[in-house]
Design a protein around this ligand. Structure first.
Ligand SMILES: COc1cc(-c2ccc3ncc(-c4cccc([C@@H](O)NCCN(C)C)c4)n3n2)ccc1O
Length: 303
């Protein structure tokens, strides 16, 4: 049996990184001063930090390590290593957050990341209720470029939603995809199944515990597009079960109340993503070539 690396070489796939990663064990406090808390999740806290050497500002995501295999607290090391591997594989794209360094302490793994200060796209949309088509299309094009970079590197994000899309700077429109905590490498021919993601954004294959793929991200992009244009969520029900039922039955509508002035092209773009069969769903390249995205007055209503 050839090694995974040799097999990867013949298929032109990126060679898998070694079984386990080692992280910088130099004291974090020797390199960075910790500033304000920016936000927190179930097992992670994000702080603004300052390089003691250069004075440059970064974000530092402190991920609580799971101490025992039987514990429900903290993140298993394999999941942390997977997130670091993915971030290293996709860094360097203008629409994807860049990892700078990784440290490890007794309780945490600390990801040092480029700092973005423009806030979440979610808040930007909420402040306006919804966006006009040209602004929504401009954001969607950036997200598509970021997703194309991921998918070209066999990475699937698996948690695309407005909260995980942040504006690089206040008053600017450049977006960065963050939070790769659920992301993973998925190679052709290696089925991956998992029940993960945020309910209102997950694709039918997630609900049905069927193989995940880059198409799973494309469904979520359809939900993001629908929300940017209308301010409402297409499949959200009164509870989780109703939401899942709406998703598996592809039960959505373009209500005139919210889509009365939306172009047919925009609705067609969304419709190509809300396709139950993941193999028939539009790919990131199909979307980048869609007339709504590429149109003569790209981003403006074209009908
Ligand atoms: C790489 O993974 C992540 C990166 C970041 C990240 C990276 C750069 C950066 N600059 C500023 C911030 C920031 C600013 C305010 C709040 C938060 C965060 O706690 N909430 C972001 C969205 N949330 C739903 C993940 C993060 N971040 N957050 C946040 C969560 C992650 O899981």
């Amino acid at each position: 049996v050839r090694s995974l690396s040799a097999l990867a070489d013949t298929q032109g796939l990126p060679a898998p990184t070694p079984a386990s990663l080692t992280f910088n064990e130099a004291p974090f406090a020797e390199s960075y001063d910790v500033g304000e808390e920016l936000g927190s999740g179930q097992f992670a806290v994000v702080y603004k930090v300052t390089s003691r050497k250069t004075g440059e500002k970064f974000a530092a995501k402190f991920i609580k390590k799971r101490r025992y295999a039987t514990s429900r607290r903290g993140v298993p090391r394999a999941h942390i290593e997977r997130e670091v591997e993915v971030l290293k594989a996709v860094g360097g794209h203008e629409n994807v957050i860049q990892i700078i360094d990784v440290f490890e302490t007794g309780n945490d793994v600390i990801l040092v990341l480029e700092l973005v200060s423009g806030g979440e796209l979610f808040d930007h949309v909420c402040a306006r209720e919804h966006l006009d088509e040209a602004e929504a299309c401009a954001f969607i094009k950036q997200i598509l470029n970021g997703i194309r970079h991921l998918h070209t590197n066999y990475v699937v994000h698996l948690d695309i939603k407005p909260e995980n899309l942040m504006l690089r700077k206040k008053g600017e429109t450049q977006l960065k995809l963050i939070d790769f905590g659920l992301s993973r490498h998925i190679y052709p021919g290696t089925p991956v199944k998992d029940m993960i993601g945020t309910p209102e954004f997950v694709a039918p294959e997630v609900v049905n515990y069927e193989p995940l793929s880059p198409a799973t991200d494309m469904w979520a992009l359809g939900v993001v597009t629908y929300i940017l244009l209308s301010g409402v969520s297409p499949f959200l029900g009164r509870n989780r079960d109703e939401t899942f039922c709406n998703i598996t039955s592809v039960n959505y509508h373009f209500s005139p109340t919210y889509f009365g002035t939306t172009s047919q092209l925009a609705k067609d773009f969304i419709g190509r993503l809300f396709v139950k069969d993941s193999h028939s769903r539009a790919t990131v390249d199909d979307c980048l070539n869609h007339p709504w995205v590429r149109g003569p007055r790209a981003g403006g209503p074209s009908d």
